[in-house]
Write a protein that binds this ligand. Sequence first.
Ligand code: PLP
Length: 226
Amino acid sequence: MSIKANLSSIKNSFYNPACLLIAVSKTQPSSAILEAYGAGIRDFGENKVQELTAKQVELPADIRWHFIGHLQTNKVKYIAPFVHLIHGVDSLKLLLEIDKQAEKSSRVCSCLMQIHIAQEETKFGLDREELLAIFQNPELRHLKNVRIIGLMGMASFTDDEHQIRSEFRFLKNLFDECKSLQLPENVQLSELSMGMSGDYLIAQEEGSTMVRIGTAIFGERNYTKQ
Ligand SMILES: *Cc1c(COP(=O)(O)O)cnc(C)c1O
């Protein structure tokens, strides 16, 4: 199937049609991104800083680029001038650096805090207590060039649908709990980024507002090609 056909069948399958589809284009060539762009997609997700900046200069300027990988503080400066949303923020230190670099571009950079919801040890992210500690840290309210607009999480890599659902439900409950707290002005929680090719329908049923889908749009990634 073509990228365009994949996109329309994914969109047609959505449990929540208002959920934002982010096309995860990591490892994919610009030609594939342009095909999805031609089908109306404007939100693309990348997880490597170098790959993202290279694609950003050569692809249409109205693309909204989402950074979905693990961001190192020393690389924030390369994406802060243009990135639309950083999904994987997992420390106050990183927020401080994003604030500093966004200020240089006179921008306010939108971020999602990444929460560890999977069973696997390897996945990045904060636990509930670490998240609440960041929200309560007095340093946070002084950051004028970052805006925390929600939470992001990745479920376990498993066929166990109950497991996946309970992980997404945990994240949604934490999201709702945080929304009920008194938070600084630069924290306005409206987005819940959860769901990938294999679990986006479960994620939508559990309250996702944005799904990050790669393989189901572009096919299997070829990591040896580049
Ligand atoms: C690669 C990636 C995705 C997309 O995964 P698919 O299974 O190909 O849809 C989503 N989120 C993150 C954080 C990723 O790194």
